[in-house]
Design a protein around this ligand. Structure first.
Ligand code: ADP
Ligand code: MG
Length: 330
């Protein structure tokens, strides 16, 4: 029966054979430190895929914290920049720092570097070293005035927690303008665009199992263009003396977060917001994240706790399936 349905479907696709028939192309690339996949429908000549690929590579060249000719590298090493995109992202980052009570803070970078996450030469530093780095963290070290950003001495920033979300927003705007639907996977960031061809279905997005990221704990049905961004302790980490140190830092301690969460997935209209908040909610932990969501109205979330419980914010309860979960009420 399954086989017959497949044959009928293939036949239907052959017969329609035009744009909107559900056929797609996948393009893979490596940018922003991660493998990306661009699944586009109705992009027969590959023009949209080519544009996205070029855009993502160029964005990486501007925002990379390690490439020596990037605008971020220049800011971190000269203390100032006039780069419009960097200034805009700094402004957005400062707003999110304020909104999250400091849980999201792009000035945490010296700590990320000290613990070895930049060159993957991991170490647990001496407490004095962490203490010294702590003084270099905080949004009061960032100064924005028309068209220029400056940093206090020894302060450095990294947009790793936001850049892919910003990228997804720009890609979505481009694809919507061109009338191309698709789903973009930019590392832990998923961006759906439009309604899934051929029948305007919802998109199905998996929530990764932190213990086995090749498998999924739950599936999420998403309608239209949305950003679905996951931050977790399994994406980048090292272990020392039986303790796991992940790549998400608590800006208040300059140490990797020891969270009671394994992952946070945020669903929002804005990729930048979803990216920033997925990192921030991970820092806040389960109770802090639930309270933060109750005081917000611009996102929903799926939280995977360290005891395996899956918590789903009320607005998503009908969208999550393939698992048992606990609803976080309004
Ligand atoms: P990923 O980049 O793996 O998708 P995140 O969006 O959660 O994950 O961002 C983590 C990256 O952001 C880290 O690699 C680090 O460079 C930076 N970072 C870590 N903790 C914070 C934080 N509390 N605020 C801002 N940036 C952070
Ligand atoms: Mg993030």
């Amino acid at each position: 029966m399954k086989r017959l349905s497949a044959i009928l479907l293939a036949l239907a696709l052959l017969l329609t054979g035009c744009a909107g028939d559900g056929a797609y192309t996948d393009t893979t690339l490596y940018a922003m430190d991660t493998a990306m996949n661009l699944r586009l429908y109705d992009d027969a000549d590959g023009a949209a895929a080519a544009w996205l690929q070029q855009y993502l590579t160029q964005l990486d060249d501007t925002l990379s914290v390690t490439k020596k000719d990037s605008a971020v590298w220049a800011l971190n090493n000269t203390g100032r920049t006039e780069d419009a995109l960097v200034c805009e992202l700094l402004q957005q980052a400062l707003l999110l720092t304020e909104r999250t009570g400091g849980a999201l803070d792009v000035t945490v970078y010296p700590a990320v570097q000290l613990w070895g996450f930049t060159g993957q030469v991991y170490q647990v530093p001496a407490p004095e070293q962490t203490q010294a780095v702590l003084e270099r963290i905080g949004s009061s070290h960032v100064h924005l005035s028309d068209g220029e950003a400056t940093l206090d001495r020894d302060c450095q920033v990294d947009f790793g927690a936001l850049a892919k979300g910003y990228a997804a927003d720009q890609c979505r705007a481009y694809l919507e303008e061109k009338g191309v639907c698709g789903v973009l996977s930019l590392g832990g960031n998923v961006q759906t665009v439009g309604e899934k061809p051929p029948f305007h279905q919802s998109w199905t997005v998996g929530i990764q199992n932190p213990d086995d990221p090749q498998t999924y704990l739950a599936t999420l049905q998403v309608k239209g263009s949305k950003a679905i961004v996951t931050s977790g302790d399994y994406q980048r980490y090292f272990e020392s003396d039986g303790v796991r140190y992940c790549h998400i830092f608590d800006p208040a301690t300059a140490e990797p977060v020891q969270s009671d969460l394994r992952s946070v997935t945020v669903i929002a209209d804005s990729g930048l917001l979803a990216d920033g908040l997925s990192t921030a909610l991970f820092v806040m932990g389960l109770d802090g994240a639930a309270t933060f969501w109750q005081g917000s109205d611009d996102f929903e979330a799926v939280l995977v706790a360290d005891d395996g419980t899956i918590y789903v914010t009320q607005g998503l309860q009908d969208a999550v399936s393939d698992c048992t979960f606990t609803v976080i009420p309004r």
